[in-house]
Design a protein around this ligand. Structure first.
Ligand code: UN1
Length: 517
């Protein structure tokens, strides 16, 4: 192992010399297929992880159920105290975990550390929530009766997370699920096993120190077969899935057919709209971060840019200068803005998207190629040039506009009226994030109201990506309608009991129904 990789792993007490156990349910095991963790920057194999065998998965599910049966009895504020300790333990390793994320996922260090901060933030939020997960008292129409809506723990929540946010999206789910009194079982992306092992180690130590079963936060690494078995299992009360629309459609059907709960966070195809009265320098920087940040691998990445005709040439020239300043590099170096794509396969996806653009007559303003012949040690990395393309027309039926390409490819269209741009914004299957740049309050009103953006995230003078945790996060339409993180998202992680209680000496029926002979 390279010295840089060993240093990062040893700071997290992970020894990559041997095969790593990729299953945790109170103890660490792993006898299933080997998953290789590959550094996307250099191509180096970082670790070999033993994933969950079918038998180990069954054991993990059983242990999760047992853990839930115990944990549901712990009062919510006490669960919050456990979360507070988890928050402290993760914050203490913020730098090391952020570095591991850069190493294994490929995002730049500031974003890696930011992702751990996102987990710390949601843990803080859920600590507070643990004293505020209140139900309601409802006025009954019957004398001497009361109605209560009571949030009870739900059971076992499985979290299937994606490679691009290998820790934060799990953190959103874990924090709410734990505060709600559930056991959580994590099935991470097969290519980011190290991140999941490192986080689970830290979380499990806190649970064990508190005399609680580790299976409250279990881990089953594995490939598609493990994911499918988790999704099909009757022992899983809710499945929270982040990933592609194609897989999400299957997950949704399977969970629905067994009447489980499902929370989907699928593809985004997010647009920024720039009006002529916008503060251009702010808008240009935001589009740059939205489209090039994380090498275009956020669900919230900016993929479509709609420019008002009056500012289009000026905007594009400023944007192109920013693109020209980008050099690919080691994501662990503080000056790097562009890390690699996460997998080799993603380079193919990028190239075919660029080919399709060329074939349909789009003008490629910048990028459009792989970086080749980079100096060692980066020559094994998956580096592609951030691309700006201007398709001939904004034909939303065309794949270049309507599909999500998980790479830094930005398509540009020019409009004359805001209404047109909103139509384009809404005219795709996905509905995650959207962003309007204007200083005219009338545009803002239009944008956030009934004739405005139909996405779940509707920003003004803020780019499409980089949401805070306090509000609900999620998208509409083919993004799956799920809401995670803040806002009312916690309400999905509980089993609501509507309890009508009669304190009176009579037993009247509702709606005045008489039923006595
Ligand atoms: C994702 O890409 O799956 O808003 C999540 C953002 C981040 C989360 C992205 N806070 O871009």
């Amino acid at each position: 192992l390279s010295t840089r990789a060993s240093a990062i792993l040893s700071a997290l007490e992970i020894s990559a010399d041997t095969e790593l156990a990729g299953v945790y349910h109170g103890e660490w095991t792993g006898t299933g297929d080997i998953l290789e963790s590959v550094c996307p920057t250099t191509g180096e194999v970082l670790a070999r992880v033993r994933s969950a065998s079918p038998q180990e998965l069954q054991t993990a599910l059983e242990k999760s159920r047992e853990a839930y049966e115990l944990f549901r009895l712990v009062p919510a504020p006490r669960r919050g105290e456990i979360l507070r300790q988890i928050r402290e333990a993760l914050a203490a390793k913020r730098e090391a975990l952020g570095a591991l994320m850069s190493l294994e996922m490929g995002k730049i260090k500031t974003e890696g550390v930011g992702e751990i901060q996102e987990v710390v933030d949601i843990a803080d939020y859920a600590v507070g929530l643990s004293r505020m997960m209140n139900g309601r008292v409802v006025a009954s129409e019957r004398p001497g009766h009361s109605i209560y809506e009571v949030p009870n723990p739900l059971g076992v929540v499985a979290v299937l997370s994606a490679f691009n946010f290998p820790v934060a999206v799990y953190g959103w789910n874990l924090a709410l699920s734990l505060a709600a009194g559930n056991a959580t079982l994590w099935k991470p992306s097969p290519s980011t096993s190290l991140c999941s092992i490192a986080v689970t180690k830290i979380v499990s130590q806190v649970l064990e120190q508190n005399g609680l079963p580790g299976a409250i936060a279990g881990l089953v690494t594995g490939a598609k077969d493990v994911g499918e078995a988790v999704v099909e299992s009757q022992d899983v009360d809710m499945v929270s899935f982040t990933g592609s629309e194609a897989v999400g459609r299957q997950v949704g059907k399977v969970v629905q057919s067994r009447f489980g709960k499902v929370l989907l966070e699928l593809g985004g195809n997010n647009a920024s709209i720039i009006m002529p009265d916008a503060d251009l320098s702010l808008a240009v920087s935001a589009v740059f971060f939205g489209a090039v940040g994380t090498a275009g691998q956020r669900c919230t990445s900016t993929r479509r840019l709609y420019l008002h005709r009056d500012i289009a040439p000026e905007f594009l020239s400023q944007l192109q200068s920013l693109y020209a300043s980008v050099r690919p590099g080691d994501p662990l170096e503080p000056t790097t803005l562009l890390g690699p794509l996460h997998t080799r396969a993603a380079m193919g996806v990028y190239s075919s998207a660029v080919d399709r653009l060329r074939k349909t007559g789009a003008e490629i303003l910048t990028g459009g190629a792989l970086y080749e012949g980079l100096a060692s040690p980066l020559d094994g990395g998956n580096f592609v040039m951030p691309t700006i393309a201007v398709p001939k027309t904004v034909d939303l039926a065309d794949a270049v506009w309507k599909t999500e390409t998980f790479a830094p490819v930005l398509c540009v269209g020019v409009f004359d009226e805001l209404e047109q741009a909103i139509k384009w914004n809404n005219g795709v299957p996905q509905g995650l994030s959207s962003s309007l740049w204007t200083r005219d309050i009338r545009n803002v009103g239009k944008w956030i109201g009934p004739v405005g953006s139909d996405a779940g995230i509707v920003n003004v003078n803020v780019g499409t990506s980089g949401a805070e945790i306090g509000a609900a996060f999620g998208g509409n339409k083919s993004t799956g309608w799920g809401r995670e993180s803040g806002g009312d998202a916690w309400k999905q992680y509980v089993r609501w009991s509507t309890c009508t209680i009669n304190y009176s000496d009579k037993a009247p029926l509702a709606q005045g129904v008489q039923f006595s002979s």
